[in-house]
Design a binder for this molecule. Structure first.
Ligand code: SF4
Ligand code: SF4
Length: 454
């Protein structure tokens, strides 16, 4: 074993022996998988950019309005009251990712993760265009500062900054919606200084990640990457080197691997996949393409590096669905089933009535006691609903400003009201009162609260 092979386990591949950064100069990939990945990236990028603009049932496809605690996901609106459902979606998503990873390895990272897509399909492509492929880049970085080098570097970083700012604005649109973002952008900076500073800060973070930090997000920061050693097993589908076919490597040594090291040159995280699956591998398949290109040149069969399981390489048995994947899938189906049931059976009108904090009861001249309440009604239907709040028990009177309640579709009505109850109706210092919410004469919802008295 060479010294490089012994020492590569001691530290991340993109770190030198002193703990400093070892810059990865990745070769531009070329091949079938890179083409497929480009198509997938275009679809993902289009979704990321267009999702806040596309309207479904009159609402944006995605809006994560944290300030108003209103979340729109594919036309379905979730309010703070639906936190349980949102938690269920998140939980289902985590289980889905686990099942997917156990079965198909780290495909998410190389093919769908926005970090990889922006780095490999946007920023890296611009870099190839301005500075050339990996050898030219290496040469440029090691050459003295000339007018040509300064021009290329300034041009590249200026474009990177512009893209980082555009990315930030798209990212913020997921939380504000396009309308609000355009309004903020149209107002003078001094009137929106905090929003402007947030935008600049996030843009700075994006620029730093894609211009400098790059693959270290995947190899050192992302927790999902750290979980691979727990989730993957010998039956998981991963990018793997067929060592049985490839070894002994080298020209005329007997194995198919000619030791050209092009699979290392093209790897965006700089690893040698021939050492087995590693934490740094994002399953991007660039090494498969590059090795296939080499195999074609030396007239040997393709797929020396391929999507396969270690089990299959070792034994020739392909097992996609193992006991573990079946168990995870059952959990996922149960979660999804419960989720669909919860959506289908969730209340379309949701009422909350709570005594206004900090206000005690009042004793009135007409022998009544009064309490002040806060009323919140969420209308999850797609119609405006006129509602009336009535007291069902005990006897008493509700006084609400404006009288009528009109809750607009997919929105929230908030108001305060005063409840007067005759003194003789009060049974304890905390009498239970029951309200009814009516749509004309149809009882829509009942709600109980406490009424504080002497
Ligand atoms: S080893 Fe291959 S699949 Fe893994 S990150 Fe490197 S190039 Fe991509
Ligand atoms: S690209 Fe293929 S042939 Fe070349 S070193 Fe890698 S595995 Fe061996």
């Amino acid at each position: 074993m060479s010294e490089e092979q012994v020492s590569f386990r001691d530290r991340p591949i993109n770190m030198n022996e002193k703990g400093g950064r070892k810059w990865v100069y990745a070769k531009k990939p070329k091949g079938k998988w890179y083409f497929y990945r480009t198509i997938v990236s275009i679809v993902v990028l289009a979704f990321l950019v267009l999702a806040p603009f596309i309207k479904y049932k009159g609402y944006p496809l995605i809006l994560l309005d944290i300030v108003n605690r209103k979340f729109i996901i594919f036309g379905a609106i979730f309010w703070a009251q639906d936190t349980f459902l949102l938690a269920l979606i998140m939980l289902s998503f985590v289980v889905f990712v686990i099942v997917f990873t156990v079965t198909f390895g780290r495909l998410w990272c190389g093919w769908l993760c926005p970090q990889t897509i922006f780095l490999e399909m946007v920023f890296r492509k611009i870099e190839y265009l301005i500075e050339g492929d990996f050898r030219k880049r290496l040469k440029l970085d090691n050459s003295p500062w000339t007018a040509g080098k300064i021009f290329k570097k300034v041009l590249k970083h200026a474009i990177f900054m512009i893209i980082a700012i555009l990315m930030t604005n798209v990212f913020l649109m997921w939380f504000t919606g396009p309308q609000q973002l355009f309004e903020i952008a149209a107002t003078p900076v001094r009137e929106n200084l905090s929003s402007f500073l947030i935008m600049l800060f996030v843009s700075g973070v994006f620029y730093f990640i894609y211009a400098y930090f790059r693959e270290q997000i995947c190899t050192m920061v992302c927790p999902y990457g750290r979980m691979q050693s727990v989730l993957l097993d010998s039956k998981s589908l991963i990018v793997t080197y067929d060592f049985k076919r490839g070894e002994p490597r080298g020209h005329k040594k007997g194995g198919d691997c000619i030791d050209c090291e092009q699979c290392i040159a093209v790897c965006p995280t700089g690893i040698d996949i021939r050492n087995g699956t590693q934490l740094e591998c994002v399953n991007c398949a660039a090494c498969i393409d590059e090795c296939n290109n080499m195999m074609k040149k030396v007239k040997r069969p393709p797929n020396l590096i391929r999507f396969d399981s270690m089990e299959n390489i070792n034994t020739g048995k392909r097992l996609i669905f193992t006991g573990r994947t079946v168990a995870y899938s059952v959990v996922l189906i149960l979660l999804l089933g419960f989720f669909i049931y919860s959506i289908a059976s969730r209340k379309v009108i949701e009422t909350t009535i709570l005594r206004t904090p900090g206000i005690i009861y009042q004793e009135n001249a007409d022998s009544t006691i009064s309490n002040v309440y806060n009323l919140e009604i969420v209308n999850k239907t797609h119609e405006n609903i006129p509602l009336e709040l009535r007291l069902l028990s005990p006897k008493g009177k509700i006084v609400i400003p404006g009288g009528n309640i009109e809750v607009k579709d997919q929105s929230k009505f908030e108001s305060a009201f005063i409840l007067y109850i005759p003194r003789d109706q009060i049974t304890s210092d905390k009498t239970i009162v029951e309200f009814g919410l009516y749509d004309k004469d149809k009882l829509v919802e009942k709600y109980t609260a406490t009424f504080v008295g002497p």
